[in-house]
Ligand binder design. Structure first.
Ligand code: AHR
Length: 648
């Protein structure tokens, strides 16, 4: 028996619930959300021809028009009229193009000796030989020895998942070419430097209350030199310098030597997406410590900034706030305005550090490595921007010495929230329904910034059962709305041919995508989060989700906007269970709406070929009149998640 007290409103559910966490892992940015189809468009990868096949007389030069991306290609005559110099880009796992859709080619070029030259541009299908190989083509007339931007439109007749882009040079004239770019014109909101529409739409459809970016470990970098530096990600895309991706090296034995960050999706684009989605922006910046998975000893040079040298890092944080919120005539506000957004982005939150640790005597004895740095950031930010809410971290483990050490230190430092991460197995998720019930109510609020149920043994991939356990766990998050103010599942995206980490919320190839069951769990919570918690007891006991409660987890909220009581119940057990939901404060009979996630195969998941194999199903149920309380008598199937929506 579940008793829901609809008469008294509990803690407000924060508008920041539930959110998304974006990190460029699993080819989430370049090759994923960022709609650019050309890999290594500026020839800046350490292997300048990475991603390109070249033939004829093609050389790399380094005195190009873009200071921070100086390399370009010189395509010279070969001495034979039939033999053209040529460069051909393989894209990220090929280029997905759709028949009948337009693609915008742009490149910078010049004829170094003056005069005119022609470039021929083809989209080709190298899998099919012969006449059909060319999907479409266009020409560009280059003139003069000054660098200029040229554009052309390509419109393939057929859809192809692994096209290549070929650029042929004039056989008689030397031509220099730089920043070769190809985008669909049909991006999210039609933006030129745009996002893949289907993937951005999937994020929008999650109704994210908060958007954390840009990571994760990439914030920290494998070393300090490769940390994420937001200033390199704003301004014209041609001049945003390349950075190595932390996930170029992985601890999951999947090695991607060509994994770099073009920063085409940079901080301006992140803020713009937050605005599109109606989400609070939550940027995270480096605190001067690199990713400690690689370098456990922070005294090693290159992984750790001395406290007295931290000033430029702190300045980056202050400048970021100015970039987001400063007037259009301030130094960094001007950069934002020049990019097309004179109004401020109204940033309210800032994360300092990702998964940082302090080392006590028992664990290496380096002392308060993270918190000493966080304090310096906090002092400077609080002084200049007292309204910005600061987010600290309790390290990579939700339990253990680092968590025990850092949680009280977050309180001492008076951060507004701290970010805790948990990638845990089935058992942990089943036994942690009460995790937040006992949290200190006088300390900072919680941001569950990365979490997912990782199946034990061979089950470390997306499957129905682990998603169901996430739904069960989230009843505890919802019930503790007074202390848990943000929660973001992780990771968000994965390319089926380029993943380093799984499970993930959204999967895709070059043309298609599917939403995992975990995605639907997140979406169901976000779309049914309500405005206030309602007290729910199970068999008269004050809490849900405990052993002895037959594997049932439950929570309930009131939604002032729709006038609905929303009850969420997860049956993690093996049997159908009768549930009786007593709605104290409602008396008359009525019909309620339900949404159910239910599936027999515990290892099953949606796929590119069957994207809707497991999706929430709408339904209805009867609410019977009662003298004290109206009641829903239902049989909840084994291993299912049902949401009841009752108009009051
Ligand atoms: O989400 C993948 C990684 O997990 C993140 O980069 C890091 O913060 C965590 O260890």
């Amino acid at each position: 028996v579940l008793d829901v007290n609809t008469k008294k409103l509990g803690a407000p559910v924060q508008p920041t619930m539930y959110g998304i966490f974006f990190e460029d892992i699993n080819y989430a940015a370049d090759g994923g959300l960022y709609a650019e189809l050309v890999m290594n468009r500026s020839f800046e990868y350490p292997n300048h021809f990475a991603g390109w096949d070249v033939s004829g007389n093609v050389t790399i030069k380094d005195d190009g028009p873009f200071e921070r991306n100086p390399h370009y290609v010189r395509m010279a005559p070969t001495g034979h009229g039939d033999k053209h110099s040529m460069i051909e880009n393989r894209g990220f796992f090929g280029m997905g193009v759709k028949g009948g859709q337009e693609y915008r080619l742009s490149l910078w070029a010049r004829v170094p000796d003056g005069g005119k030259a022609k470039l021929w541009i083809d989209l080709v299908d190298n899998a099919t030989m012969g006449e059909d190989q060319k999907l479409c083509n266009a020409g560009v007339e280059v003139s003069g020895s000054e660098w200029k931007k040229y554009t052309a439109t390509l419109k393939p007749k057929t859809t192809f998942a692994k096209a290549h882009l070929r650029v042929w040079a004039d056989s008689k004239v030397t031509t220099d070419v730089e920043h070769v770019s190809l985008f669909p014109t049909d991006t999210w909101k039609g933006r030129e430097n745009g996002m893949r529409k289907d993937l951005a739409q999937a994020l929008f459809d999650m109704h994210p209350g908060v958007f954390r970016f840009p990571g994760g470990c990439i914030v920290e970098g494998t070393d300090l030199a490769t940390r994420y530096q937001w200033k390199n990600t704003v301004g014209p895309v041609e001049n945003r310098p390349l950075n190595e991706n932390r996930w170029h090296y992985t601890f999951t034995n999947r090695y991607f030597p060509d994994y770099y960050q073009s920063y085409g999706l940079g901080f301006f684009e992140f803020f713009q997406l937050c605005e599109d989605f109606g989400s609070e922006a939550l940027p995270v910046i480096s605190c001067g410590l690199s990713c400690q998975f690689q370098n456990p000893d922070p005294t090693k040079p290159g992984v750790h900034v001395a406290l007295e040298d931290l000033e430029p890092y702190i300045q980056d944080a202050l400048d970021l706030i100015e970039f987001a919120n400063g007037p259009a005539d301030s130094k960094w506000g001007k950069v934002r305005a020049e990019m097309g957004h004179p109004e401020p982005f109204n940033l309210k939150y800032l994360g300092v550090g990702n998964e940082q640790w302090d080392y006590d005597e028992a664990h290496g004895g380096f002392g308060p490595v993270f918190t000493a740095r966080l304090k310096k950031f906090s002092d400077a930010i609080r002084k200049k921007y007292p309204n910005i809410k600061l987010i600290g971290t309790t390290g990579p483990n939700s339990e253990g010495w680092d968590f025990d050490l850092l949680q009280p230190r977050m309180k001492e430092l008076k951060v507004d929230l701290y970010d805790e991460h948990y990638y845990r197995n089935e058992e942990w998720f089943l036994s942690h329904g009460l995790r937040y019930d006992s949290y200190d109510r006088k300390g900072p609020k919680v941001f569950a910034g990365e979490y997912a149920c990782h199946g034990s043994n061979k089950h470390k991939w997306n499957h129905y059962y682990t998603s169901l356990l996430e739904a069960a766990h989230m009843t505890g998050i919802e019930r503790n709305a007074d202390i848990v103010h943000m929660a973001t599942y992780a990771p968000l995206f994965a390319h089926v041919e380029g993943w380093q980490w799984r499970p993930d919320a959204i999967w895709y190839d070059n043309l298609r995508m599917f939403k995992s069951v975990s995605y639907y769990v997140q979406q169901l919570y976000a779309m049914n989060k309500g405005t206030n918690v309602l007290k729910l007891t199970m068999d008269k006991k004050p809490v849900a989700g405990q052993p002895g409660q037959d594997g049932l987890f439950a929570s309930s909220v009131w939604d002032a906007a729709t006038g609905e009581v929303i009850v969420k119940v997860v049956n993690t057990g093996d049997q159908t269970q009768p549930v009786s939901i007593q709605l104290q404060g409602i008396k008359g009979a009525r019909t309620a709406n339900t949404i159910t996630l239910c599936h027999d195969g515990m290892d099953d998941e949606n796929t590119l070929d069957q994207p809707e194999k497991i999706i929430p199903q709408p339904g209805t149920c009867q609410v019977e009149a009662g003298k004290q309380a109206a009641v829903i008598n239902d049989n909840l199937p084994a291993k299912s998640f049902r949401i009841y929506k009752i108009k009051k």
